[in-house]
Design a protein around this ligand. Structure first.
Ligand code: UDP
Length: 254
């Protein structure tokens, strides 16, 4: 990884300068964090799985007309993306109550919501990513009203698509998190889907067993994270190899 300069290192990914202007290399790490970085571990093979799962979902979303930053996968852990200016919001779409909404509003986990609920959190680790309203977003200028309109309609379309995709492989899409960015073309710019979509950013419950197939396995010390992520990849038809962790260790040793 010496060839390109590092632009940013986050909890689960590193961004490097891309080969052409306006491109970035997104590298998926094995690091897992939760509770605003208080819990940390390395899950061998997670980055490889998330790279492949996210590639598949972004490619499919592109085909149904959801503009996004994905260009192509470069390697087991890297993908080439378009450089965008990230809008500082985590956009959360919920179909079933789980996680923070249960604590905040006193709702039982597993309660089906009568309609998909879109929530916004302001991306600020030092504040613990607080939930904010559309009015906060407009007041503080994190996004304008046109961007917000795009974000909500894209988020709901993505939810429709993803719910169907997961249902087809026996998985319930409980909730997930999206990030959007501004893609500049000359003086003009458009709102595009950015970041990643993977079991790190979704809650996925197996329809038959009710088992969690997502990052809650790590958050709640359930174990079996890699097996669960691999199973999601296998059902999507994107499992990169029989044994991701072994293959990846082999690569690192070389
Ligand atoms: N999420 C995420 N990154 C975050 C916060 C949440 O990817 O920084 C995802 C999370 O995996 C879940 C959804 O967004 O699928 C809703 O998360 P929630 O607000 O319930 O927060 P949590 O329970 O993770 O604290």
């Amino acid at each position: 990884m010496s060839r390109k300069s590092k632009l940013y290192e986050g909890k689960a990914k590193i961004l490097y300068e891309g080969p052409e202007p306006g491109t970035i290399i997104q590298y998926f790490k094995d690091d897992a964090t939760a509770f605003n970085n208080q819990k940390h571990a390395t899950l061998a093979g997670k980055g490889v799985l998330n790279n492949h799962i996210s590639e598949f979902i972004f490619t499919q979303l592109g085909k149904i007309g959801v503009p996004n930053h994905f260009i192509r996968r470069l390697s087991m852990r890297e993908q080439l993306i378009k450089g965008v200016e990230i809008i500082p919001l985590e956009v959360i779409i919920r179909n079933i109550a789980a996680g923070s909404i249960c604590k905040r509003l006193g709702i039982d986990e597993g309660t089906a919501l009568p309609r998909p609920l879109v929530e916004f959190c302001y991306k600020a680790d030092e504040l613990g990513d607080p939930v904010v309203s559309e009015d906060h977003i407009l007041t503080f200028g994190w996004a304008n009203e046109y961007e917000l309109e795009d974000i909500v309609s894209l988020a709901l379309r993505i939810n429709d698509y993803m719910s169907g995709l997961m249902a087809g492989i026996g998985i319930t899409l409980v909730d997930f998190k999206l990030e959007f960015g501004r893609l500049y073309e000359g003086d003009d710019y458009m709102t595009v889907l950015a970041d990643e979509i993977s079991p790190d950013s979704c809650r996925l419950w197996d329809n038959k067993t009710g088992e969690k197939m997502d990052k809650d396995r790590f958050r709640r010390d359930l174990g079996g994270e890699i097996e669960a992520y691999s199973e999601v990849a296998r059902r999507l038809g994107v499992l990169p190899s029989a044994d991701v962790a072994d293959l990846d260790n082999h690569r690192k040793r070389k």
